[in-house]
Every structure is written in C-alpha cells, then in structure tokens.
Design a protein around this ligand. Structure first.
Ligand code: NAP
Length: 302
C-alpha cells in the first residue's frame, strides 16, 4: 500500500497501516506535517486540553507512526494510473506499483487573484500569519477572509502588528463562534464589513490595498505594510484530474468508506469533498481509508 501525503490524514493512515502490519510506504514531497505546520496553536484536538502547537502535533503524529514501523520517503508523485489490479505511481523520482493507494495530498491556500498579489508575494503578501507575523511588529496589516483561518490568523497577528484590519466580503463571519468572538473582542482588530480587495499596491513591498465597499460601490486605498490572504483552500489534486471523480473545485469525491471512483484508491483529509476540514476529521478519514484499503486488499488481492 502507498500513502501519498504526510499531513494528519496520511500519518494516521500510516499509523493504522503499520499497526495492521501492511507492507506500506508513505510518500511526502516536503517534510511530514502538512498544513498543521503553519498553525500556531491547535485547540480543538481532543485530549489536548491546553492546546498544542501545530509543529508539536505534527511531530508527535509522525513519531507515533514511525514507532510502529511506518516507512516515510521523500518523493513527489505526478501521475496515477491503473495496470490491471495494480496502481502505477510515477514522478520525477521514478515509478512505484501498489496494490492499494491512499491519497492524502491535502490542500493549499487559495489566492485572491487581484492585480499586485502575485508580484508582492514574499514582499508583504502572505498566506501564513503564523510563519510571517513576526515581520510585522508595530506595523499595520490587512487580512482577507471570514472563515476559521482568517479569524485565527488575524487574532494571532495582533501579537505583533499594532493594527489588524480584517476585510470580509459579507457582513457576517463564517468562522466558528468562539473564533468570531475573539475577533470582535480584540481592540487591535477592525473588521471592514462587506468590502472586497481590488488590488494590492506597492513597488518593492506592499504599501496599500485598494478596497471596494460592496454596498455603495465606493473605492478607496487603505495604507498598510502587509496583506494576509485567508480565503479558503484549493486541493492539491491537479495531477488526479480525469483519474478519480472530483467536485467542481477539484476536491476528491469518496464513498462513505473513503473509496474513490478508482478501484483500490482511497482518499482522506483536506483533499476530499466534504463539509468540514479539520485535523480531527482528517485523522478519522485516514484511519477509515486504511481500514477500507485493508478490506479491499483481502478481497481483491488475496
Ligand atoms: P473557508 O472556511 O472556505 O472560508 C473562506 C473565507 O474566505 C470565507 O469567509 C469566504 O467568504 C472568503 N472568501 C472566499 N473567496 C474570497 C474572495 N475571492 N475574496 C474575498 N473573500 C473570499 O476557508 P478557511 O477559513 O481557510 O478554512 C478552511 C477549512 O479549514 C474549513 O473547513 C475550516 O473549518 C478549517 N479550519 C479549521 C480551524 C479550526 O478548527 N480551528 C482553523 C483553520 C481552518 P464567504 O464567507 O462569503 O464565503
């Protein structure tokens, strides 16, 4: 069995596969951890009453799987195809044949797709407050989005920035109640309701963003030193297009046992089409995907 991806879904799939004594390898193109590595503090992982840093949780998940003998290798897969009962995985590092595959390829932050954004990435435009927040001590930043990520990250940024604007395109946050409360109660945060970004301005670095008030169509420039984008995620599934069924946004469609439309190929975590993307859900799906894969192996390959 091959697991592609080393975030919470892949590492949990690996833990279960190693404990089931399957012949399994987990492939990860960077280092294990996934998006959790860019999370400052995880406070909804059951049992960690005081919260746990994203870094520590990722480390623990990796060590836990390694303890039971999971092999983790660094490799990128760019193609998946079928050859009879076998799946063929290939990429710049070579080719691998597997009897069953778990896709745990995760997702990455979506872009705003406004002028100036691409040009100023790393020069004030960021997709990770946890990573880049310390660069904005006593400065003014703006965040975009209204979901859990935007709420968590803009509160985190108040540790450094003197002022944090949160521009949201509606007049109600999508974020979970407790996170929205923290935004509303933080004196350093000013929410710019029903406003959308039109452009990120600056030469060598971000200097301002052009915003549009959606209820009046008024446009204006807001001076700032950093622009943080938290407008959702898109799945890392480009290489699977036409191979497994996906929804319109490219998230993989699975049945209730995490089986994809391709026989013997399962999926888990943030790359799957579903209502809620959380670490606990990813871990649960990883366990289920391995269990279903094990059943598949017994039925089809024994
Ligand atoms: P999300 O829930 O999809 O929210 C994206 C936000 O960005 C929405 O508020 C959306 O506005 C806004 N948006 C989307 N496209 C936009 C655009 N082009 N311009 C301006 N605004 C735009 O994404 P997320 O917050 O990154 O969260 C992703 C998943 O991870 C969710 O399932 C979330 O629950 C989970 N997560 C959980 C935690 C936690 O449990 N602590 C932390 C982080 C993330 P609308 O509201 O108008 O659609």
């Amino acid at each position: 069995m091959v697991i592609i991806g080393g975030g919470p879904a892949g590492l949990t799939a690996g833990l279960y596969a190693a404990r089931a004594r399957l012949d399994v390898v987990l492939l990860e193109r960077l280092s294990p951890g996934g998006q959790v590595l860019t999370t400052d503090m995880v406070e909804n992982w059951p049992g960690d009453v005081d919260g746990v840093s994203g870094f520590e949780l990722a480390d623990r998940m990796r060590d836990h799987a390694l303890k039971f003998g999971l092999k983790i290798q660094s490799a990128e897969i760019t193609k998946l195809s079928a050859d009879g009962k076998f799946k063929v995985l290939s990429g710049p590092d070579g080719e691998l044949r597997a009897k069953a595959v778990v896709l745990a390829v995760g997702a990455q932050p979506k872009k705003l797709d406004v002028p100036g954004e691409e040009l100023l990435i790393g020069k004030g435009v960021s997709y990770c407050g946890t990573c880049d927040g310390p660069f904005y001590r006593d400065q003014t930043v703006i965040c975009f989005g209204g979901g859990d990520t935007a709420a968590e990250e803009c509160v985190f940024l108040t540790r450094f920035a003197k002022k944090v604007y949160l521009a949201h395109r509606r007049d109600e946050l999508r974020a979970a109640g407790i996170l929205a409360e923290r935004v509303m109660n933080n004196p350093k945060i000013e929410v710019l309701w029903s406003q959308a970004p039109l452009e990120i301005k600056g030469e060598a670095k971000v200097e301002a963003v052009r915003l549009k008030k959606l209820k009046t169509d008024e446009e204006y420039d807001l001076p700032c030193d950093g622009a943080f984008v938290f407008v959702g995620t898109s799945p890392n599934t480009e290489f699977l297009r036409g191979v497994v069924d996906m929804d319109r946004q490219g998230f993989i469609i699975c049945d209730r046992d995490q089986h994809t439309s391709m026989n013997g190929v399962f999926a888990a975590g943030d790359c799957c089409s579903k209502l809620l993307r959380q670490i606990v859900v990813a871990a649960g799906e990883g366990a289920l995907a391995t269990y279903a894969a094990q059943r598949y192996l017994e039925e089809v390959h024994e």
